[in-house]
Design a protein around this ligand. Structure first.
Ligand code: AMP
Ligand code: GLY
Length: 465
């Protein structure tokens, strides 16, 4: 029995009453067509990929993306709403009779969008955790404590504040380089420093504690450096013990080829991941997913949405580097391609607390994405460059990230990561060929992309053959 089918049959204690399923006994999906009004929050490549997938659902009636980008308008109506303005979202949701809000990025979740809406009678369902659950991403200290409480494998760590900075320095002396320092709070993906020299690490600890990342680094987590290869595992959970594991992906974080240079939001992604085989995934499920899902329930934390496990394989063993409480970007740009099932009923069921035995079918093909970015990213970069060549990208699926349309309908760059070029393939080479051909076909001043996306996984596959 595969891991996916095993987990589909597992049942756990119920912490809260699931809401009535939208499907009555005997009712089929066909009878539920054209019923849901959905609002998706966010504006990146991830949201463009979610929009692409959601828009294919027969269950969908009206679809809005707020604020969206130059690509999301192809799948629904872009709406000029700020994802953190809950009141404005509430007014819009009432006016448009929104049934479900899918939250793409972490900020509204950490700010409590789930709690805001679930406290209001007749409000839309929210796909995402409560504020207490979102602390798994919003506070690295909370996440580490949670992992310790539930025996989830992760790097040894301690947390420090300005009052305990000297103890922090002593802890650094106990560790071997490189030193890993993490701002406790959200820092737009920039709050992790990996430093080779002890003196530099001590200096950075003091700088972080005195506001390098504002309030986010008032507490700093120092942890042991783990050496291994990373992958991203995504779980959709209904908060009542039901969950599904989505296709595993690997992203490429550094700007330069060969994983060099500064960290970015992500330069590309591949799914499946050769080393995340059944043996590895069984360990992930038993040692990480089950204790996480059940730990949340045991602690009374409502969580009906995506759990993103940033994992590292250390000598065959999975360990957690981080939790995120939403899908990954650019992982979503490959994961959505590999979900063969209609996603909307799954989201609806998760948000109601009742995934039941709803199937999640996986497309066996490979999916890859190559992100084209603005020259200068992740440092400063120009915006407003005219993009051409979108009609020369063959079968690749273009997920817009930092783009916008001007009044004349020209497509312009408007961010660091511009477009994710996603492609299917019977194998990793074929998928990458499609992604790279599209990345080459797009033109705008300063375009850059990494030409080595997937190269490490290809090498691993060759070794395993
Ligand atoms: P995070 O925001 O916690 O995911 O950290 C960003 C990146 O830093 C991760 O994707 C890893 O590449 C790296 N990293 C974080 N923690 C560790 C660790 N304990 N050992 C090795 N690398 C780490
Ligand atoms: N690709 C990593 C992230 O979304 O945080």
């Amino acid at each position: 029995m595969s891991i996916q089918s095993t987990l589909n049959t597992l049942r756990y204690p119920v912490s809260s009453q699931p809401e009535k399923s939208p499907f009555n006994a005997g009712e089929t999906l066909q009878e539920k067509t054209n019923t849901l009004n959905v609002l998706l929050l966010g504006s990146g490549g991830r949201e463009c990929a979610l929009a692409w997938k959601i828009s294919q659902s027969p269950m969908l009636r009206h679809f809005y993306i707020a604020p969206g980008n130059g690509g999301t308008g192809a799948y629904g109506e872009n709406v000029d709403l700020w994802p953190l303005d809950f009141q404005a979202i509430e007014t819009f949701a009432k006016e448009k009779e929104i049934d479900m809000i899918v939250v793409g990025n972490e900020d509204p979740l950490v700010a409590g969008i789930y709690d805001y809406f679930s406290a209001r009678e007749g409000s839309p369902l929210i796909v995402g955790p409560s504020q207490a659950g979102a602390a798994l991403e919003g506070s690295k200290d909370f996440a580490k404590q949670f992992m310790v409480r539930h025996n989830i494998p992760t790097a040894r760590y301690r947390s420090f504040t300005a009052e305990t900075v000297e103890e922090g320095e002593k802890f650094l002396e106990e560790l071997r380089p490189p030193y890993v320092l993490k701002a406790d709070g959200l820092a737009a993906g920039k709050g992790v420093l990996i430093i080779d020299s002890l003196d530099e690490a001590k200096k950075s600890l003091r700088e972080m504690l005195s506001g390098m990342f504002g309030k986010s680094s008032a507490t700093v987590v120092i942890e042991e450096f783990l050496k291994g290869i990373e992958c991203s595992v995504f779980v959709l959970t209904d908060g009542n013990g039901g969950y599904r594991i989505l296709p595993v992906a690997k992203d490429y974080k550094r700007i330069g080829e060969g994983d060099t240079g500064p960290n970015t939001g992500g330069m590309g992604a591949v799914s499946p991941v050769a080393f995340a085989d059944d043996t590895f995934m069984k360990k992930v499920e038993e040692r990480i997913i089950l204790p996480t899902v059940n730990g949340l329930i045991a602690e009374g934390i409502t969580y009906r949405g995506f759990i993103f496990l940033g994992l590292i394989e250390v000598e065959g063993e999975p360990m957690v580097i981080e939790y995120n409480v939403r899908m990954g970007d650019p992982e979503t740009e490959v994961v959505m391609l590999r979900i063969a099932s209609d996603l909307l009923p799954l989201l609806d069921a998760a948000a109601r607390g009742n995934l039941g035995d709803m199937p999640l079918d996986i497309d066996p093909r490979y999916a890859t994405t190559v992100m084209v970015v603005s020259g200068g990213y992740p440092g400063s970069y120009p915006k407003g460059k005219v993009i051409t060549g979108t009609d020369k990208c063959g079968d690749a699926i273009l997920f817009h990230a930092g783009t916008k349309l001007d009044a004349d309908g020209n497509l312009l760059t408007s961010g660091g990561r511009v477009i994710a070029c996603s492609s299917y393939g019977a194998d990793i080479d074929e998928a990458l060929e499609g992604s790279f051909a599209a990345a080459n076909a797009l033109t705008y001043e300063g375009k850059y992309f990494r030409r080595d996306i997937g190269a490490d996984l290809k090498a691993i596959e060759r070794l395993r053959r």
